[in-house]
Design a protein around this ligand. Structure first.
Ligand code: ZN
Length: 322
């Protein structure tokens, strides 16, 4: 039995799989990123009911952030700051008496997407994950491309050099223009311009309408999705803007990489009805002849299961799944 852990800032998605890739059990537990690294790991296994006696043969670990593969440490991770510098691979191996392989979470997602398409002869794939930020993963000639270690950071290429400050310290990065963060800012700004709140927002907040300068804090991705579903024009415009921006970003990437498949996943993919058409149009408009329309743009709806498949593939590539 193999354990897959897809770790995010708020939750750890876990799956127990057999060598064929069948999910025997899956569970989501809190990641407890505010704990010290040791206590955080202990809490995962308590919540999952796992010990070194559980018969786990190998562990595949997806982590958000940049990684040092030679030392098995997280170099930097805005979502798991307390684990930065921590020898997470060595510690987990000791805790579970099993080999552990880790990889960046979006690279894992890219590997999982590749598993879906390799039977169709696909060798070159670009994967992006749309969430709080914008992550990327690259498969070239059937192999995960990591460069010197942390390639694929499509979210931190520059979209607008006069744009807003990004969490990475740079200005105007792609992920400020195609992410939940972008949607929230667009909607908060749109509501701020209204003399009277549109019906969806008035009904939602009712007696507790936030102050105009607190809209941003009161808005999350789920709420924007609900608003768009209810026909709210500000939410719909934010999604349309995201689709257009993402098309520019992926068009540039396609010109550089010429992938056969562009796989788009992450939390926002559930709301694709509100941005997919804009994305397709924008992508067509920002790629060169010779590259344009030669790829397949695919929404990966089952992001979680795609990542589990990617983790199993990672273990198989290391010879740990037999
Ligand atoms: Zn950045």
């Amino acid at each position: 039995m193999y354990l897959m852990l897809d770790v995010g800032g708020t939750a750890v998605k876990a799956a127990f799989m057999d060598a064929e890739g069948k999910i025997l059990r899956e569970q989501t537990v809190p990641s407890r990123a505010s704990f010290e690294a040791d206590a955080m790991l202990t809490s995962w296994f308590q919540d999952l009911g796992i010990s070194d006696q559980s018969g786990i043969e190998a562990v595949g670990l997806g982590l958000p952030g940049s990684l040092d593969r030679s030392s098995g440490r997280i170099i930097s991770s805005p979502n798991l700051q307390k684990a930065e510098g921590f020898a997470i691979v060595e510690k987990l191996e000791k805790m579970l008496h099993a080999p552990v392989v880790f990889e960046n979470d979006v690279n894992v997602f890219a590997l999982g997407a590749y598993e879906v398409f390799r039977d169709q002869g696909v060798e070159h794939l670009l994967a992006v994950a749309l969430g709080t930020g914008l992550g990327g993963g690259l498969i070239f000639s059937g192999t995960l491309y990591t460069g010197k270690g942390n390639a694929g950071e499509i979210g931190h290429m520059t979209f607008d050099r006069q744009g807003e400050r990004c969490g990475c310290g740079n200005w105007g990065c792609n992920e400020m223009y195609a992410s939940v963060t972008f949607l929230r800012k667009q909607v908060a700004a749109g509501l701020g311009r209204c003399s009277e709140l549109p019906p969806f927002w008035r009904n939602h907040w009712q007696a507790e309408i936030p102050a105009r300068d607190s809209y941003l804090a009161a808005i999350n991705g789920k709420l924007i999705y609900a608003a768009a579903s209810a026909g709210d024009e500000i939410a719909r415009a934010a999604f349309a803007g995201l689709g257009k921006n993402l098309g520019i970003i992926l068009g540039s990437a396609a010109n550089l990489l010429h992938p056969e498949v562009i796989a788009v996943g992450g939390a926002i993919i559930a709301a694709r009805e509100f941005f997919w058409k804009e994305l397709e149009q924008s992508l067509q408009g920002h790629t060169m002849a010779g590259i344009r329309s030669t790829w397949t743009l695919v929404p990966m709806v089952e992001t979680r299961h795609t990542s589990f498949r990617g983790l199993l593939r990672l273990l198989r590539e290391k010879g740990l799944v037999v």
